[in-house]
Design a protein around this ligand. Structure first.
Ligand code: SAJ
Length: 425
C-alpha cells in the first residue's frame, strides 16, 4: 500500500490529502497547528470551501486519512505550505525549507518528495536538492526523487478542479518526474504532463502572472475611460465580441494569496527585464486609491459622509480575506481626513474568526442612514438584493458598485460603477 505524507493542511494540502485518501492511498496529513489536526481528525474542517467538508469526512471515515503534528515514514511526501513574500516583495521560502527539514529524518532511499507550493524558478534545484544532500541523499543519482507539481485550483471550485485540471509534474530528473507522476496519473481526470522542475515552477508563475497582467489592462482601461468620459463596460463588451479578445473586468484591486504574490517570484529573478509584470502589479495595487478617489467625488457635497462597505473578501462567495483590496480601502478610509465614517458588512466573514480590527454589522445596520454604499465583493447574495434594501435604510440610495454586481438598474437607486463614471458630476 502506497503511503503519502502531506505537509501543510491548508487550502491546498487538506483537499489534496483527502483526494489521495479517497483514491485508496494511505495518507497522513501534517500540520504544526494542533487545533487544525484535532479538528481534521474529528472529520471537521477549518476552511470554507464548497464540497470540502464531505470530501474530508469521507476520507476520515474510511480510515485512510489521519492528521498529525509529526510526519511518518511514507513513500511520497507532498509539501503544501504557504510561500508568502517579505515586505520587500522578495519570496519567503522559510516554510518550504522548514517542511523539507521536518521530513528529512523520515525520508528513505527510493522515496519521492513533491513540492506543490508555488515557488520561484530553480527552488527545487537550488534549495530543496541541497537540503536532501546535507542529509546524505543524492537526488542527481535518483536515490530519492524530487519534483514540483504546482497546485492550480481556484478557491471556490477546489474540489472539482483538483480532479479535473491538468497537472504539470516537473522532475528534478526524468526519473523523478516519472515517479511523481504515478500518483497523479492514478488520481486525477485531467492530463498529467511531465517536464523538468524549472519549467513547472515557471509555468505556474506565468499562469498567475498572465492573469495579473490582463486584470491590470482592464484596470488601466477603467482609468483611461474615466479620464476620457467613456463607458468602459461598453468598450469591454464590444471589444470582447472579437473572436480573439477577452478583456477582463476592472475591480477595486487584485487580492488572494496567489495572483498579487506570484509575479514577484519571477520579478525577483529578472528585475530589469520583468517590466510589464512589475508595472501590472503597480497598476493593480493602485486600484484601492482610485476607489477612494471616487468615494471622495461621490461624497464631496456631504459634510460628514457615512459609508456602508459591503463585502470584505478578495472575491465573491468566499470568506478568504487574504490580500483583499477591501482591507486597504478600509485602512485608507480610516486614515482619511475628510470626516468619513463607515460600517462594514460581509455575510461570509465571522468576526470572531478573524483578526480584522473593525466591527462587523448586519446589512441593515450597515446601510442605516448611510450616504453611500460601496460594494467591494461580488457575493451572490448581493446580486440578489432588491432596491428596497437600499431605499428603506439609506439616507439617499446611492451605490458605488466596484464589482459590477448589479447587472440591471435597481428602481429608485443610483448606481455608479468603476467603468461608468460619465454620470458623476
Ligand atoms: N479579478 C479582477 N478582475 C477579473 C478577475 C479577477 O479584478 O476579471 C480579481 C478578483 O476579484 C480577485 C483577484 O483578481 O481579487 C484574483 O482572483 P481570481 O479569481 O482571478 O484567482 P484566485 O486568486 O482565486 O486563484 C488563482 C487562479 N489562477 C488563475 O486563474 C490563473 C487559480 O487557478 C490558482 O490555482 C490560484 O490563483 C493559485 O493558488 O495560484
Amino acid at each position: 500500500m502506497t503511503k503519502i505524507c502531506v505537509i501543510g493542511l491548508g487550502y491546498i494540502g487538506l483537499p489534496t490529502a483527502a483526494l489521495f485518501a479517497n483514491n485508496g492511498y494511505e495518507v497522513v496529513g501534517v500540520d504544526v497547528n494542533e487545533k487544525v489536526v484535532k479538528k481534521v481528525n474529528e472529520g471537521n474542517i477549518h476552511i470554507e470551501e464548497p464540497g470540502l467538508s464531505e470530501m474530508v469526512q469521507q476520507a476520515i471515515q474510511t480510515g485512510k486519512f489521519t492528521a498529525s503534528t509529526t510526519p511518518v515514514k511514507s513513500d511520497y511526501y507532498i509539501i503544501a505550505v504557504p510561500t508568502p513574500i517579505h515586505k520587500d516583495k522578495k519570496s519567503n521560502l522559510a516554510y518550504v525549507v522548514s517542511a523539507t527539514e521536518t521530513i528529512m529524518p523520515y525520508v528513505e532511499k527510493g522515496n519521492t518528495i513533491i513540492v506543490e507550493s508555488t515557488i520561484p524558478p530553480r527552488t527545487i534545484s537550488d534549495i530543496v536538492a541541497p537540503i536532501t544532500r546535507e542529509h546524505g541523499f543524492n537526488p542527481d543519482e535518483n536515490d530519492i526523487y524530487l519534483a514540483h507539481c504546482p497546485e492550480r485550483v481556484i478557491p471556490g471550485n477546489i474540489v472539482h478542479e483538483l480532479t479535473h485540471n491538468h497537472r504539470i509534474v516537473g522532475g528534478y530528473t526524468k526519473e523523478a518526474a516519472d515517479q511523481a507522476a504515478k500518483i497523479y496519473e492514478a488520481t486525477v481526470k485531467g492530463e498529467v504532463r511531465k517536464t523538468d522542475a524549472v519549467v513547472a515552477e515557471t509555468s505556474k508563475l506565468m499562469e498567475n502572472t498572465y492573469r495579473d497582467v490582463n486584470i491590470a489592462l482592464a484596470n488601466e482601461l477603467a482609468k483611461i475611460a474615466d479620464e476620457l468620459s467613456i463607458d468602459a463596460s461598453q468598450v469591454i463588451e464590444m471589444a470582447n465580441m472579437h473572436p480573439r479578445v477577452n478583456i477582463l473586468q476592472p475591480g477595486p484591486g487584485v487580492g488572494g494569496h496567489c495572483i498579487p504574490v506570484d509575479p514577484y517570484f519571477i520579478i525577483e529573478k529578472a528585475p530589469n527585464i520583468a517590466r510589464l509584470m512589475q508595472l501590472s502589479r503597480e497598476i493593480n495595487d493602485s486600484m484601492p486609491e482610485f476607489v477612494i478617489d471616487k468615494i471622495h467625488t461621490l461624497t464631496k457635497h456631504i459634510s460628514e459622509p457615512k459609508i456602508a462597505i459591503l463585502g470584505l473578501t478578495y472575491k465573491g462567495n468566499t470568506s478568504d480575506m487574504r490580500e483583499s483590496p477591501a482591507l486597504e480601502i478600509i485602512e485608507l478610509l480610516d486614515k482619511d481626513e475628510k470626516n468619513i465614517t463607515f460600517k462594514c458588512h460581509d455575510p461570509f466573514v465571522e468576526e470572531d474568526e478573524i483578526d480584522f480590527g473593525y466591527e462587523l454589522y448586519s446589512l441593515e445596520e450597515t446601510l442605516k442612514d448611510a450616504d453611500l454604499a460601496v460594494v467591494l465583493a461580488d457575493h451572490d447574495v448581493f446580486k440578489e438584493l432588491d432596491a428596497s434594501a437600499f431605499i428603506s435604510n439609506m439616507k439617499k440610495p446611492v451605490v458605488f458598485d466596484t464589482r459590477n454586481v448589479f447587472k440591471k438598474d435597481l428602481d429608485g437607486v443610483t448606481i455608479h460603477t468603476l467603468t461608468n463614471f460619465t454620470k458623476i458630476q
